[in-house]
Design a protein around this ligand. Structure first.
Ligand SMILES: Cc1cc2nc3c(=O)[nH]c(=O)nc-3n(C[C@H](O)[C@H](O)[C@H](O)COP(=O)(O)O)c2cc1C
Length: 154
């Protein structure tokens, strides 16, 4: 057994396999996205999900000020999109989006997409938990998911 410190904490959490999502917001017709694997389901009725973002993120203010967002669950073929949206200040020029409403846009070719309304934000440690009500959903049963384990894609 090891005493927890940042290194041992990160290494331990890397043993938990997750999917990979990109959370997107629209602000003045520009789209901002961030790669996120802290996504999880929260409640069935009402349909709620959550994810967390570091309060040090370059675009945290944009996410805190948004009312609507989309959560795009990436397929195995979308590793490049995950890498793109985990870089500093990524643009959205070469990404294929489909507009689903005035408020949200989905990334095309995902295994699933959720359109959400942001209903609560909770500060904990160095992260902010975003709690979202799901409004519309879309799935593709033919695609395989991108997964993340041991700090690597699978
Ligand atoms: C697979 C993967 C999952 C990630 N999950 C999260 C997450 O859940 N929350 C978060 O704040 N950052 C997460 N990141 C890091 C962000 O995508 C991004 O790299 C980080 O916020 C730094 O960039 P920024 O300062 O421009 O926001 C993840 C990165 C990768 C590659």
């Amino acid at each position: 057994m090891n005493k927890v410190n940042i290194k041992t904490f990160k290494k331990t959490l890397s043993k938990f396999t997750t999917g990979v999502t990109v959370v997107c917001i629209k602000d003045k017709n520009l789209i901002y996205g961030k790669t996120v694997n802290s996504f999880n389901s929260l409640s069935l009725s009402p349909p709620l999900v959550l994810f967390s973002l570091g309060n040090y993120s370059s675009s945290i203010k944009k996410f805190l000020n948004s009312k609507y967002l989309s959560i795009n669950i990436l397929s195995k073929k979308q590793k490049n999109i995950s890498n793109h949206f985990s870089s500093k200040n990524p643009d959205s020029k070469n990404i294929d989006f489909e507009n689903v409403s005035n408020n949200s846009t989905f990334i095309k070719g995902c295994i699933a997409n959720l359109e959400c309304k942001l209903i609560d934000k909770i500060k904990k440690g160095d992260h902010i938990i975003f709690i979202c009500k799901v409004i519309n959903v879309k799935q593709n049963d033919k695609l395989k998911p991108l997964s993340y384990y041991n700090s690597k894609y699978n």
